[in-house]
Write a protein that binds this ligand. Structure first.
Ligand SMILES: [Fe+2]
Ligand SMILES: [Fe+2]
Length: 223
């Protein structure tokens, strides 16, 4: 079985991720680099493990998390679908069983809120992990020099996010996204303006895993 470490060390993966990050940087979007991929990989694995996933599917969730944004090497539009096909090609070239690679392809192809749905356990864990990564370190340094009015809402929300973490509360059977926002930089309403569709997808993803999605912002339970 191909493991997450094999994927991280693969020369083709490294090259494609480098180009993906270059494109995202050129577009001025928030960071989608190895930092984001590694966090999503870790959290997707943790979520599935806590929900009782078997070790092989947990490892597949880690791989899906690491590769989920490689479609940004082609174009930001439809990056989920293009990345899914790229990942399938890479993973089968590395020797992964066709069915496992196809399962990861499906998860990546469904991770974006514009067209995706939680169609499997791996997809659900990936969606929850990806949407949870909101953090000020994702804002480009040139954006932080702009005034608040000129900064785009994604940057403002990310810049305001002091802490963000997703975890499974097994006792309560809840998947909790806990965010600390500096409300001097962005209001909770700003957060909802761009994250409403994402939070709805998270709720569906938690539902697929047989759990309840809970959003906590600055200590208050909101959904
Ligand atoms: Fe994405
Ligand atoms: Fe992502």
């Amino acid at each position: 079985m191909i493991g997450i470490q094999d994927v991280k060390e693969d020369a083709e993966v490294k090259a494609i991720m480098y180009i993906a990050e270059n494109q995202i940087e050129a577009l001025g979007f928030t960071e989608h680099s190895v930092r984001h991929s590694s966090i999503v990989s870790k959290w997707a694995g943790e979520i599935l493990e806590a929900m009782g996933g078997d070790p092989q599917r947990v490892e597949m969730a880690r791989i899906a998390g690491y590769l989920h944004d490689i479609g940004n090497s082609i174009n930001r539009y439809d990056h989920a679908q293009s990345g899914a096909i790229l990942a399938y090609k890479i993973l089968t070239r590395m020797g992964m069983a066709f069915r496992d690679a196809a399962d990861i392809m499906m998860a990546i192809g469904n991770h974006d809120e514009s067209k995706g749905l939680p169609v499997s356990d791996i997809t659900s864990a990936l969606i929850l992990a990806d949407k949870a990564d909101v953090h000020k370190s994702r804002v480009r340094t040139n954006s932080t020099r702009m005034s608040m009015e000129n900064m785009n809402i994604h940057d403002r929300v990310n810049l305001a996010a002091e802490k963000s973490h997703v975890y499974v509360d097994k006792q309560a059977n809840e998947i909790v996204l806990n965010i600390t926002i500096d409300t001097k930089i962005c209001s909770v309403m700003d957060y909802f303006e761009i994250y409403f569709a994402r939070m709805q997808l998270c709720r569906r993803a938690a539902d697929f895993l047989g759990s309840k999605f809970v959003l906590i912002i600055n200590g208050s339970r909101l959904v």
